[in-house]
Ligand binder design. Structure first.
Ligand code: PMP
Length: 420
């Protein structure tokens, strides 16, 4: 599979060779690194992509969920162009930022007040700063296998080398353990930070019981409960907090909300967010040159105010649910230990039987199947995350979904001896 891959992509190989001379690994985004070399894309339109060698793909990765609107949504492009025509960043407040803030606060039950950042990573760091400022406490509890951005990667407890803050750990989807661990930390804990569905960790949804246990235990100790909905806020009109009915104290957001421009936001209860209120003495600082950059604010107003309405969010969620059901039906029909987990428009394959409700250490055989799956899908003209994750964008059609199911059926037929 690798030889065929390389043979079709001489230009991508050359781009990688040049990059390696000046960038470690030839790369500046770990998720886009794989061997022998990653495919370099040169153009996108709707949900199609073209690589440097002219190969065409159906884009099912959707820029890791930030590309919700596809690559060429006219209204987003117009908003960005108009914003730039009025002058690149003016070092001043503007009216679009409060409009976008109103659109977001109107949508998510937990968000009374909101502030903007450049990325989901920063949104999480600032939410933790808010929780620490508000509680006067220091420690944050996170989930083993959780992901909250480039400096908050908790794949393993043993190696949080990037992490700038003191942490405690608990297990995802284990309500008893989480309750015990939160109560044990008691009034030492400033915050509990959790994805209501593990994204990078394999699109593994939290159970409502688990989220309720976190809600209950944090209420008892006074820790701030933060939902990282950077990926999951697309799930229905009010994110996973809307669908699960569990309301956190704070929420972090990012990805698609500025129409694909760089973006992050954190928000929550008015009394917590008040730590940043400059009208109050001793307010916490939250600066950032690009926090209210004109292209993200303008695109965000159009994205959230005009395009991604509550009904659009519901329709996208339903399309994703149907795709996942069709893929799982194909796996079941073939009788192979393969399945797709997730919710709505985000899904991820797993090469094992039985329920997947928590992060796990993959076997070498599973790793090999995941790699083969990625390269086989690329060969079929379908672009996914290296780990197989899918994040549907609005331009993906029913026919595109059918084609995806057919490609997965072909993968199963071709690789059946390895899957058995
Ligand atoms: N939180 C979650 C749940 C994410 O999936 C991501 C990005 N994949 C982030 C935070 C970080 O966002 P960004 O890449 O914009 O920093």
């Amino acid at each position: 599979a690798r030889e065929a891959y390389a043979a079709k992509r001489p230009k991508s190989a050359a781009i990688h060779a040049e990059a390696r001379a000046v960038m470690p690994g030839g790369n500046t985004r770990t998720v886009l690194f794989y061997t022998p070399f990653p495919t370099a894309m040169v153009r996108g339109e709707g949900c199609r992509l073209w690589d440097a060698d002219g190969n065409e793909y159906l884009d099912l990765l959707g820029e890791y969920s930030a590309g919700l609107f596809g690559h060429s949504e006219r209204r987003i492009l117009d908003a960005v162009k108009a914003a730039l025509d009025a002058g690149i960043n003016l070092a001043a407040v503007g009216e679009k930022e409060s409009r976008l803030a109103r659109l977001i606060a109107g949508r998510f039950p937990s968000v009374e007040m909101v502030r903007f950042t450049n990325s989901g990573t920063e949104a999480n760091l600032m939410a933790l700063a808010a929780a620490r400022g508000f509680t006067g406490r220091v420690k944050t509890m996170v989930m083993r296998g959780g992901y909250h951005g480039g400096v908050l990667t908790f794949a393993t407890e043993a190696s949080p080398v990037n992490v700038p803050i003191p942490l405690a750990f608990t297990d995802y989807n284990d309500p008893e353990a989480a309750t015990r661990d939160i109560l044990a930390e008691g009034d030492g804990l400033a915050a509990v930070l959790v994805e209501p569905m593990l994204g990078s960790g394999g699109c593994i949804p939290a159970s409502v019981e688990f989220l309720q246990a976190l809600r209950e235990a944090t209420r008892r100790t006074g820790a701030v409960l933060i939902f990282d909905e950077v990926m999951t806020s697309r799930h229905g009109p009010a994110g996973l907090q809307g669908l699960t009915g569990v309301t956190p104290d704070m929420t972090t957001l990012g990805k698609y909300m500025a129409g694909g421009m760089s973006f992050g936001a954190f928000g929550g209860r008015a009394d917590i967010m008040a730590v940043f209120d400059g009208h109050r003495p001793g307010a916490l600082p939250h600066a950032g040159t690009f926090n209210n950059n004109v292209w993200s604010m303008a695109a965000g107003c159009v994205a959230m105010g005009e395009i991604f309405s509550a009904s659009a969010a519901e329709a996208l969620y339903e399309r994703g649910e149907r795709l996942r059901e069709a893929l799982n039906a194909a796996c079941a029909r073939a009788g192979v230990p393969m399945q797709f987990t997730g919710r709505g428009s985000m899904l991820c394959p797993h090469f094992r039987a039985g329920p997947v409700t928590a992060p796990y250490r993959a076997t070498p055989a599973e790793d090999r199947l995941r790699e083969l799956f990625f390269f086989d899908m690329l060969a079929a003209g379908i672009y996914l995350a290296r780990r197989g994750m899918v994040a549907l964008s609005l331009p993906v059609s029913e026919a595109d979904c059918d084609r995806t199911v057919a490609a997965v059926e072909e993968f199963i037929a071709a690789r059946r001896p390895l899957l058995a």
